[in-house]
Design a protein around this ligand. Structure first.
Ligand SMILES: Nc1ncnc2c1ncn2[C@@H]1O[C@H](COP(=O)(O)OP(=O)(O)OP(=O)(O)O)[C@@H](O)[C@H]1O
Length: 649
């Protein structure tokens, strides 16, 4: 029994879990109520029986009656709670049960009993058998746990509650390149050369804001103010990469000496590689150099791309470093001459996922490396950069280089506690979600998100479907979908690498489809090759774990199949976001078992998924595939046996 309920906002991510707990509590309540009703019915039936028996018998003497009952009580015959069990004992057990059952249910149980007992007695009257007997449902004292704790409302700071709104439609809210003249003409030319004639909404909003904050070169802005950190939340495939690549490249164009001035951190090697490719594309005709540090090459090789030792010390070889967090920390620790003291931009892509990896404490290490001289009694300390602090006359008098953090994600968390770990300076949020309209410092309804179109925004060209199926027929249903929909590039997600592997073996054995798998079973080099082949259209179906769920930009994926339903909403958003990118259309199919259906559909409804179409696969559609499928199954069995033999050898 909870004496105190500490109301603490656990963030919007917790809302799903809360709703689930609510559902469980409701189901429990219903079960308990029906049990109470059943007991009540049994009791009434029993008392009617006893009355009938008593009426049938000749009126016995009270003493005789008592004598007859006593031996039965001593024997204790009948199961507890059964009609044969002694009455007093049964009552006690009922009472214990009621105590054992959640006290939340007690008042309702009472009300059920009242209903079942028929019309209420007149005041002052007692029911015929109530005199002297303990009440069937004793009043429980206390019962603090009965009242449901009020739902805690999130309390958002102004910058989260009132973001700068960004259009979400990448086909309609386009801004021609000429309309943002602040972008360097060379970069505009590059954009055109890459087939880009207009900015997507997120680019049109973020690029000018970033260019403005970098307008004072590498030093802090007018009046000594540090630039604000930026957080960007926009759907998958909406062009977030260029939204930071263009302004970062432009801001660094004026640099005189090569130093690491921009650092982009991403969660996976493949993503880092993809982003470094975009940087290369926009810097190849400039003196700027881009280095990729992800652990795909040896540490020594990567060190060669970062610094060179000369007679007068170390020389930096990279202006922009694209890295995964683990490898980045390795270089901070082990690469002589690798310095982040001139870092101007720290881009954290897939920011929500990167926040999850904060336990690796890569961010404090990076920030410490960027502000190394703090607190030192250095004669030049006045000129050294400092972390953002209160602006005073003294702090504005010496030029400083700020470090600006830029966060990007399609599923950026709204949880202030999580965001706080990033140490943001006067953050500024750009979001495709409508402003919540609540003034700062006021409680905001957690459900307002749903009203404003959902927790996350999805690409407009994406259609969502679900396919009810049984566990045994899942592979058959996938095969049917692939053959039936006839798409040339399909991405199929499973929840584990074992599932990916087995499904791959099965589809391969079935034939008719060029298939490959992508998971941690393969090394980085092999994975790179697989993605390239998929991009080139040499692979029709790529079966993958969540390793490709985030950020991977493969042109022309028309269909995403969730062979295993994703467990989290964020995973769903990123998986299905591999299709319908950059204003294109695409379809997402999720296979659902009966037990998953309710929870999953509720989760998507809460997320604001526009419309989820049910797609049935009747037996007669699957039947023609069965003979080949069964043959493939036996091949799979042999392949799995062979693999385990090889593993054992
Ligand atoms: N202005 C534009 N016009 C046309 N295509 C664009 C434009 N901007 C970006 N693209 C293309 O859109 C695709 C998706 O862009 P990007 O990978 O940056 O999306 P994203 O928002 O980062 O997605 P995710 O959240 O999945 O990582 C890329 O292929 C990119 O080349």
């Amino acid at each position: 029994m909870a004496l105190f309920h500490v109301a603490r906002y656990a963030g919007p991510e917790a809302a799903g879990a809360e709703a689930e707990a609510d559902g469980r509590a409701r189901a429990l309540l219903e079960r308990l109520q029906s049990r109470a009703r059943e007991r009540q019915r049994q009791r009434q039936q029993q008392s009617r029986q006893q009355e009938a028996e008593a009426a049938a018998r000749t009126e016995p003497a009270p003493g005789k009656r008592r004598r007859r009952r006593r031996p039965r009580r001593c024997k204790g015959g009948g199961a507890p709670g059964s009609p044969q069990a002694p009455r007093s004992k049964r009552r006690r057990e009922d009472g214990e049960e009621a105590g054992a059952e959640s006290s939340e249910e007690a008042p309702r149980e009472g009300s059920v009993d009242a209903e079942a007992a028929g019309p209420p007695e007149a005041p002052g009257e007692q029911p015929p058998d109530a005199a002297g007997a303990p009440p069937a449902h004793p009043l429980l004292l206390g019962g603090f746990g009965r009242s449901r704790a009020p739902k805690v409302q999130p309390f958002l700071p102004t910058w989260l509650a009132e973001p700068s709104c960004v259009g979400k439609n990448v086909t309609e809210d386009l801004v021609p390149l000429e309309d943002i003249p602040e972008v360097h003409p060379d970069l505009q030319r590059k954009l055109r050369a890459h087939g880009i004639s207009s900015y997507f909404p997120v680019q049109a909003a973020v690029i000018p804001a970033l260019l403005e904050s970098a307008a004072h070169g590498f030093l802090v802005g007018r009046g000594g103010y540090q630039p604000r950190d930026l957080c960007v939340s926009a759907p998958t495939g909406s062009g977030k990469t260029l939204a930071f690549v263009i302004p970062v490249v432009q801001a660094l164009l004026q640099r005189a000496v090569c130093q690491v001035r921009a650092l982009v951190v991403l969660p996976t090697k493949e993503l880092a590689q993809q982003v470094s490719k975009v940087f290369h594309a926009y810097t190849d005709t400039t003196p700027l150099r881009v280095a990729l540090v992800t652990g795909q090459k040896s540490l020594a090789k990567e060190q060669e791309s970062l610094v060179r030792e000369t007679v007068d010390g170390f020389r930096c070889l990279a202006d922009i470093v694209v890295a995964t967090p683990g490898r980045l920390v390795d270089h901070v620790d082990q690469t002589p001459g690798f310095s982040l003291q001139h870092l101007r931009f720290l881009v954290i892509d897939e920011a929500d996922r990167m926040i999850d990896s904060m336990h690796q404490s890569w961010l404090p290490r990076v920030v410490a490396a960027a502000f190394p001289g703090e607190g030192a009694k250095d004669p030049f300390a006045l000129l050294q950069r400092r972390r953002p602090q209160v602006v005073t006359a003294a702090s504005t008098c010496c030029p400083q280089m700020p470090l600006q953090k830029l966060l990007f994600s399609a599923t950026l968390t709204q949880n202030p506690e999580k965001l706080q770990q990033l140490g943001l300076h006067q953050p500024w949020l750009f979001s495709t979600r409508a402003a919540r309209g609540a003034p700062a410092g006021t409680n905001v309804d957690a459900d307002a998100d749903a009203d404003a179109g959902g927790k996350y925004t999805f690409p407009a060209g994406l259609s969502h479907h679900y396919v009810p199926c049984r566990l045994r027929s899942k592979p058959l249903v996938v095969l049917h979908l692939i053959l039936h929909l006839g798409c040339s590039r399909i991405l199929c997600f499973t929840n584990s690498r074992e599932n990916s592997h087995r499904l791959f073996l099965l589809v391969q054995a079935f034939g008719d489809v060029t298939v490959a798998e992508f998971s941690s079973r393969y090394g980085p080099g092999q994975r790179k090759g697989i993605l390239k082949q998929f991009e080139q259209g040499k692979i029709q179906l790529l079966i993958s774990t969540d390793a490709t769920a985030r950020g991977i930009d493969v042109q022309g994926v028309q269909l995403v199949v969730n062979y295993d339903a994703p467990q989290y909403l964020r995973t769903y958003v990123h998986r299905v976001g591999r299709t319908a990118r950059a204003g294109k259309t695409g379809q997402a199919f999720t296979l659902l078992l009966k037990v998953q259906e309710r929870r999953f559909l509720r989760m998507l409804a809460e997320a604001g998924v526009p419309q989820l179409e049910r797609h049935d696969t009747p037996g007669e559609l699957l039947q023609p595939l069965v003979p080949r499928y069964e043959e493939a199954l036996s091949q799979l069995e042999r392949a799995v046996q062979e693999e385990s033999r090889q593993k054992a050898a």
